[in-house]
Design a protein. Structure first.
Length: 236
């Protein structure tokens, strides 16, 4: 998978004839969540409305390719941790008294993303105001699902299981199975200093279902803050 993404990045270098291509690195903070629609049967699985943001990080390797005046192509490879923190779910039913109940607490998903942004740079002050938009594709590398076992509201044990990235659908709610591929839209707004340091706020909106269950539909989303540096630039 890594080879495929690297080959895609190399293909993007072709437009170098239009100007000087710069490379850069970037990283930062992101708050991710999972938008869930549909509902699992009562008391089973992770239901709609029980997710809150997971605070994590990302790291980028990027290209800055001039096309025409003020317009650039910026593809990059991003390694990012997405997911969500799972809110406590109340299961206060008399018929569950004395039974062991599984409650999810945290879902962490590591992805390789390949956004392809069309970027416009407007000179402002001692740098440029930058805005970009474009599609992205992502591939799930690894993940883990943290949960607790409770009896009558008291925690009995904690455990962690690996997330299975698979293209096959399965309604076994005891297993966390996610689609390996996802795609969506990527937006960014930031400021690029003449010193080559740049800062940006970015947002990803997943448009494809990552949940292999037919009972629910899940889409990744996040907002983030990035700080980076562009090397060997000659576009000013």
């Amino acid at each position: 998978m890594m080879r495929v993404l690297l080959m895609c990045m190399l293909l993007y270098v072709a437009p170098a004839a239009f100007g000087q291509v710069s490379i850069g690195v970037r990283g930062g903070y992101n708050a991710s969540n999972i938008e869930i629609s549909g509902n699992a049967p009562a008391g089973m699985g992770i239901g709609k409305g029980y997710m809150k943001p997971l605070h994590s990080w990302h790291a980028d390797f990027m290209l800055n390719i001039p096309l025409i005046e003020r317009l650039y192509l910026q593809p990059y490879i991003r390694y990012i941790r997405k997911g969500a923190v799972i809110r406590d779910q109340y299961l206060g039913k008399p018929d569950l008294s004395g039974m062991l109940i599984t409650k999810g607490t945290r879902l962490e998903l590591d992805y390789l993303e390949l956004p392809l942004n069309l970027v416009y740079k407007l000179p402002v002050g001692n740098g440029r105001l930058v805005g970009g938009v474009g599609p992205y594709v992502g591939y799930g590398i690894r993940g883990k699902y943290s949960f607790t076992m409770e009896r009558d509201g008291e925690e009995v044990s904690r455990d962690v299981r690996k997330v299975q990235f698979s293209g096959k659908a399965d309604d076994n709610l005891a297993v966390i199975r996610m689609a390996p591929w996802e795609a969506g839209a990527h937006l960014s707004v930031g400021y690029e200093f003449f010193s080559s340091v740049n800062i940006a706020v970015n947002c990803n909106i997943g448009l494809t279902d990552t949940d292999r269950s037919e009972l629910t539909r899940s889409r990744n989303q996040y907002v983030g803050l990035s700080v980076g540096f562009l090397f060997n630039r000659e576009d000013y």
